[in-house]
Design a protein around this ligand. Structure first.
Ligand code: THU
Length: 163
């Protein structure tokens, strides 16, 4: 057995004021999207804002359903819309945030596994890093410079093309 150590890079910012203008703008748009989420069951409103290479920002929020599994996360709503409306434009960054009806979220929100898989797909398709910016309603910001940090050893089209 050989042990492999994988190093993953994550950038931590104590305050949103330390971000670049475009990163702060993405988080702001994600928060606006979160406020419009359809989340009557969880009362956990998630918002996502996707930055495309041409500067366009596409937002999305979670859409829940009385038949619970029929709902969809904010990140996938935003990414699927971006890919359907602008299929040839690479995605450069996605900001994710959330608002809870119960209490203030003061830590970064981590995207679920299925959304990470979808992000990894579009990062590969785009041919360049997809930056993931995460924050709660307030407090610190975490930035994964690439999906490789959030989903190492991922299932991508390489396997399908190879076998
Ligand atoms: N949710 C998202 O929108 N994104 C995630 O990455 C995790 C969870 C939504 C799904 C559901 O509507 C609510 O948050 C509670 O799980």
């Amino acid at each position: 057995m050989k042990k492999e150590i994988i190093q993953l890079e994550m950038h931590h910012f104590d305050d949103i004021g330390n971000l670049s203008t475009v990163e702060a703008k993405l988080l702001k748009q994600a928060a606006q999207a979160a406020s419009k989420a359809y989340a009557p069951y969880s009362r956990f409103r998630v918002g996502a804002a996707v930055l495309l290479e041409n500067g366009i920002i596409v937002t999305g929020n979670n859409q829940e359903n009385a038949a619970y599994p029929s709902g969809l996360c904010a990140e996938r709503v935003a990414l699927f819309y971006a890919s359907s409306a602008f299929p040839e434009i690479p995605v450069k960054a996605i900001a994710v945030t959330a608002i809870s009806d119960k209490s203030i979220i003061n830590e970064p929100i981590a995207p679920c596994g299925a959304c990470r898989q979808v992000m990894a797909e579009y990062e590969k398709k785009s041919g360049s890093d997809l930056k993931v910016i995460m924050r709660g309603q307030e407090g610190p910001v975490l930035i994964a410079p690439s999906m490789r940090t959030l989903l190492p050893f991922s299932f991508l089209d390489d396997f399908l093309l190879k076998y």
